[in-house]
Every structure is written in structure tokens, then in C-alpha cells.
Design a protein around this ligand. Structure first.
Ligand SMILES: *[C@@H]1O[C@H](CO)[C@@H](O)[C@H](O)[C@H]1NC(C)=O
Ligand SMILES: *[C@@H]1O[C@H](CO)[C@@H](O)[C@H](O)[C@H]1NC(C)=O
Ligand SMILES: *[C@@H]1O[C@H](CO)[C@@H](O)[C@H](O)[C@H]1NC(C)=O
Length: 254
């Protein structure tokens, strides 16, 4: 059944994605494509059979996340802390305590924004991480992300510290001396002062509705699938807009 399920997904991904991205299919595109298949009459015929005790759709959708999560997919370390809105306040919690539907702080067009969590999956394996240490004034932050995780970084040619001058780089493309964005109470900037490589046995695939989040006080994307040239990587804001447009139809259904 697992094999049939994956084969069906391969087909789904082919019609869902623009051709140039087939080599590096996005998790969300796959996931929502999979959910789509789960709610069509063809499910049984496609070989996605519900185990006893579950309704057809529930059984099918519960398989989607696993089927769409290749172990290569990037993301965050499980001890990453994010700011979650709880009632009238904000609580700082580890990613392992975050559920879909909750709202986390991010920044968008320089304004703080509470963004809805679409997905937060804990995966076990052997993952290659990059931990960056960022110095911003007298503060010091660190964040561990998988090596192909996408991060906003100030362009080397940027004339000033502004969100509009951020580009997109994978964690393994970051270098000591690069400038990244921080977000404690407002959008700020800091210098990457150290980069460390490490293996971790758990990672979290977190996706928010804007494609961004403030994690350990560092602004990060939740676009976790490595280099994908369907996005204009020379602009962080354009990339987020493109990501949102690409997922708009699916986001409406959340
Ligand atoms: C929100 O989080 C704070 C800090 O963790 C906690 O003290 C407070 O009880 C929480 N409020 C709600 C409504 O959960
Ligand atoms: C994890 O992967 C790294 C790099 O590929 C490798 O050196 C290491 O031996 C692996 N560890 C385990 C426990 O498989
Ligand atoms: C990417 O975005 C930047 C900033 O908006 C723009 O100047 C550039 O022309 C764009 N590149 C492409 C290939 O669309």
C-alpha cells in the first residue's frame, strides 16, 4: 500500500507543480496535492485504502505528511524556540509544543505579524544541521537549521540595513560576517559570528502561512526544501510573495 501511495503521489506532484520544480518538489505542494486526492472519488481506485476503524478521508490524509516528507527536506532543530500567541499574551515555547492553527510571531514588510502555523512535524533520522551564532548589539542568538534551509540574508551590495535588501540563501551558503535579520520586539539585524556543522536525530518541519517565522529571535523562512529557482532568490520579499501565490489556493482551504 505504501508503494501504491507513493506512486500516486508522484503523479499528483507531476500535475500539480510547474515543470521546472519537479526535481525539487515542495512539501506543501505535495501535501496539499495529496489532500486533494484524498477527497476525490478516485482514492480507492488509486490504491489508498483506509485501514479498518478510520474513515476513508482521515486515513488518507494521515498518510499524506509522511508520504510527502522526504528525509532530505530541511528545517529546524527541536529545541528551537518561537513566540506563540496565547490569549492576550505571548509565550516563548519550544517548537515541539507548537500545533497547526496556532499563531507565531514573524515580521513581514518590517511589521510584526502573527502568522498561522500550517504544519509542524517532528521527524527522526540523521540530519545535517548548521548552527549559526548571530551577534546583534550586545545580544547573541543562535539557531540550528538543516543545511538546505532557506534564510533571509542581507545582500552584500546593500546600501543600508533594510528588509527590502534581504536575499535568500541556504544555511550552507551562509558565511561568517553575513548579516541576517533578527526580531526581538522589532525587526533588526545581526552579524553571523560563528557557523558550526552538526548531525541531529530529530528535526521539525514547520510551515507558516507567510512562509516565515521568528525562531530563536532570528528571522527565518519556513521554505524548507532547499534551492528552488522558481523563486526570485535575490529578493526575500519577492520570494515570500511568490511562495504565498503558489500556495494561495491551498491556503484558502486551511
Ligand atoms: C501564556 O503564557 C504565559 C507564559 O508562559 C503563561 O504564564 C500564561 O498563563 C499563558 N496564558 C494562557 C491563556 O495560556
Ligand atoms: C549521520 O550522518 C553523518 C554524515 O552523513 C555520518 O558521518 C554519521 O556517521 C551518521 N550517523 C549515524 C548515527 O548514522
Ligand atoms: C527579482 O527581484 C528583484 C527585486 O524586486 C528585481 O529587481 C529583479 O528584477 C527580480 N529578478 C527577476 C529575474 O525577476
Amino acid at each position: 500500500m505504501a508503494l501504491a501511495f507513493r506512486n500516486t503521489l508522484a503523479l499528483v506532484m507531476l500535475w500539480l507543480l510547474p515543470p521546472q520544480s519537479v526535481a525539487g518538489p515542495g512539501y506543501l505542494a505535495c501535501y496539499y496535492g495529496c489532500l486533494g486526492v484524498c477527497f476525490t472519488a478516485g482514492v480507492a481506485a488509486a490504491g489508498i485504502c483506509p485501514p479498518a476503524g478510520l474513515s476513508g478521508a482521515a486515513a488518507c490524509t494521515s498518510g499524506c505528511a509522511a508520504a510527502c516528507t522526504p528525509t532530505l527536506l530541511a528545517c529546524f532543530s527541536e529545541d528551537t524556540r518561537v513566540q506563540v500567541l496565547n490569549g492576550t499574551g505571548v509565550a516563548v515555547v519550544p517548537l515541539s509544543a507548537v500545533a497547526p492553527g496556532q499563531r507565531l510571531w514573524s515580521f513581514y514588510q518590517s511589521k510584526p505579524l502573527a502568522v498561522k502555523v500550517l504544519e509542524n512535524q517532528r521527524l527522526q533520522g540523521n540530519f545535517s544541521f548548521v548552527e549559526l551564532v548571530v551577534v546583534s548589539g550586545d545580544q547573541r542568538f543562535s539557531l540550528a537549521i538543516t543545511e538546505s534551509h532557506n534564510m533571509p540574508r542581507l545582500r552584500r551590495s546593500a546600501p543600508e540595513l533594510r528588509e527590502a535588501h534581504l536575499e535568500v540563501a541556504t544555511a550552507e551558503e551562509l558565511r561568517v560576517g553575513d548579516i541576517v535579520a533578527t526580531g526581538v520586539s522589532r525587526l533588526g539585524f545581526g552579524v553571523v559570528s560563528e557557523l558550526r556543522r552538526m548531525q541531529k536525530s530529530v528535526k521539525h518541519v514547520l510551515t507558516t502561512e507567510t512562509g516565515s517565522v521568528v525562531a530563536n529571535n532570528i528571522l527565518s523562512s519556513t521554505i524548507c526544501d532547499g534551492r528552488d529557482d522558481i523563486y526570485n532568490r535575490s529578493s526575500w520579499l519577492v520570494t515570500l510573495n511568490q511562495w504565498q501565490a503558489l500556495h494561495e489556493e491551498r491556503l484558502k482551504q486551511m
